[in-house]
Design a protein around this ligand. Structure first.
Ligand code: FPP
Length: 243
């Protein structure tokens, strides 16, 4: 049987940083730091393996419920990531989109993100989407509100709205490079839930789970998952190919 190609778009729920920290008897923030090292490797691996779009769940709208220390620790990591990785991301021709209302983050993080997004804007290699202060239902609601506004103010007929209209107003539809729906979504650490990640876009995604905690996830295991994906037969509810 002819092998299907690797996925074009991979989504990752990077779970298990807290348990990794507990297992190593270190503060949770150190688990997130280890998680960031893992993320760095997977970004470069994606680029090398020919994945065109990578979307990671870095901070959900629900993550604000965590301790101030942990939340601030994650935000500080973003600044650290930008400072240490910007050159290499640029050398690898990576383009970055942020999915989520990141302007609610502390100013230092917002400034670092704006600097990174601006510097990488013209790159056309891997499209790396970071879901930050992101929730899938919230993203759909934003899209619907925008369409409602267009109907009220621009005279669009609500009865003629299509699924494509909703898609076009999601973060993924309004990015510089129109981001296709994810082919594959991976969640680490043994949890098997979607947790409000790419809720609209994941309708036909293949799902894969691993017990590996995110900081222990390696490019080798990633590659094995992409190979396993290539062996799966996607039918899209009867249709053999995606549109
Ligand atoms: C899930 O582990 C992980 C997070 C909520 C945060 C992930 C953040 C990073 C990997 C760093 C992001 C960095 C940048 C630059 C965007 P968990 O804390 O839920 O783990 P647990 O389920 O074991 O407690």
């Amino acid at each position: 049987m002819e092998k299907r190609p690797f996925p074009t778009h991979v989504g990752i729920i990077m779970d298990g940083n807290g348990r990794w920290a507990k297992a190593h008897n270190v503060p949770r923030v150190m688990g997130h730091n280890a998680g960031m090292q893992s993320m760095k490797k997977i970004v470069i691996a994606s680029s090398n393996l020919g994945v065109k779009y990578l979307t990671v769940y870095a901070f959900s709208t629900e993550n604000w419920k965590r301790s101030t220390e942990e939340v601030n620790g994650i935000f500080n990591l973003i600044v650290k990531y930008v400072n240490s990785e910007l050159e290499e991301l640029d050398e690898n021709n990576v383009h970055i989109n942020i999915f989520g209302e990141y302007d609610m983050l502390p100013k230092a993080s917002v400034d670092a993100i704006d600097k990174m997004v601006g510097r990488l804007h013209d790159n056309d290699g891997l499209v790396f989407n970071i879901a930050l202060n992101y929730g899938g239902r919230d993203e759909i609601l934003r899209s619907v509100k925008e369409l409602a506004r267009e109907c009220a103010e621009e005279g669009r007929d609500p009865s003629e709205l299509t699924e494509d209209d909703i898609s076009a107003h999601l973060y993924s539809g309004s990015a510089r490079f129109d981001v296709p729906d994810p082919d594959l979504i991976i969640r680490t650490s043994g949890e098997e839930r979607m947790s409000n990640f790419l809720t609209w876009q994941a309708a036909y995604s293949e799902l894969m789970f691993t017990d590996t905690l995110w900081p222990d996830f390696t490019p080798e295991e990633y590659r094995e998952m992409l190979e396993a994906y290539a062996d799966r037969d996607r039918r899209f509810g009867g249709r053999k190919e995606a549109k």
